[in-house]
Design a binder for this molecule. Structure first.
Ligand code: SAM
Length: 236
């Protein structure tokens, strides 16, 4: 599940095509047990400044693209996994480090909850900047390496750096984009009501079904989980 690269930064292996139930659990946990999700905030942030097109890099099955569409903002999703077929059209299967678009195509871009999958995030950021128009903005969301501290004892590698996380991400963004604004959170908002729900949360965080069931039994529920992470807006 987790690969450690030469710089001893964790990279979360892409399992979206091989273990779609893990991603389904992750999306279910986000919508049911996390009180605040940033997708709508990001869509509002773009809608206030542009009618698009916005490129959603690693846009998955199109959560942000749908919200942008509801706000009248055009969106294109590019994603490495097959579930991009479920995103609103146009969705393109592709790699963040080799975007199949011309220079200066997009009025905005997003990379939400995906840069910890990339071994060389700066290469992906440079590629995103290439396809942005001058002055266009990129929204990036990632968790902290210290996210979900209540679950630290059962999350492999908890506290170790990701290739891109809330602690090392700003420096990487600033190496590519001249202007970066950051919003951080560290709030106990995830209310997990019972053991079954905790299993879904742990499955979504990468544990196998058996490991999630075993680990969930070690906690008392309801359990409040502290969410730590950041949303950054970078300008090209
Ligand atoms: C946690 S999901 C987030 C999906 C979406 N951004 C969201 O917020 O709902 C991470 C996504 O990044 C995609 N991904 C991972 N590495 C990628 C890469 N190198 N290029 C493009 N997509 C990638 C995965 O396929 C997956 O859909």
């Amino acid at each position: 599940m987790v690969i450690v690269d030469d710089a001893e930064r964790r990279v979360l292996r892409n399992d979206y095509d091989t273990d779609p139930a893990r991603w389904a659990a992750n999306q279910q946990a986000t919508s049911r047990f996390v009180a605040r999700d940033i997708h709508a905030d990001v869509a509002d942030g773009f809608a206030a400044h542009t009618a698009g097109p916005v490129l959603d890099v690693g846009g998955g099955n199109g959560v942000l693209a749908r919200l942008l569409g509801e706000r009248g903002v055009g969106a294109v999703v590019v994603d490495a996994a097959g579930h991009v077929a479920d995103a609103p059209r146009p969705g393109v299967r592709g790699d963040a480090c080799h975007l199949p678009f011309r220079d200066g195509t997009f009025a905005g871009a997003a990379a939400l909850w995906m840069l910890y999958h990339v071994a060389e995030p700066v290469a992906a950021l440079a590629e995103v900047r290439r396809v942005l128009r001058p002055g266009a903005r990129l929204a990036v969301a990632v968790p902290s390496r210290f996210n979900d501290p209540e679950l630290a004892s059962v999350l492999p590698g908890w506290g170790q750096p990701w290739s891109f996380d809330a602690e090392n991400g700003v420096e990487q963004l600033e190496s590519v984009f001249p202007s970066v604004e950051v919003q951080r959170w560290d709030v106990p908002i995830g209310e997990v009501p019972d053991r079954a729900a905790l299993e879904v949360v742990l499955r979504g965080r990468g544990l196998s079904a058996a490991a999630a069931a075993d680990a969930a039994g070690r906690f008392d529920t309801p359990l409040t989980i502290t969410k730590r992470g950041m949303l950054a807006w970078a300008a090209a």
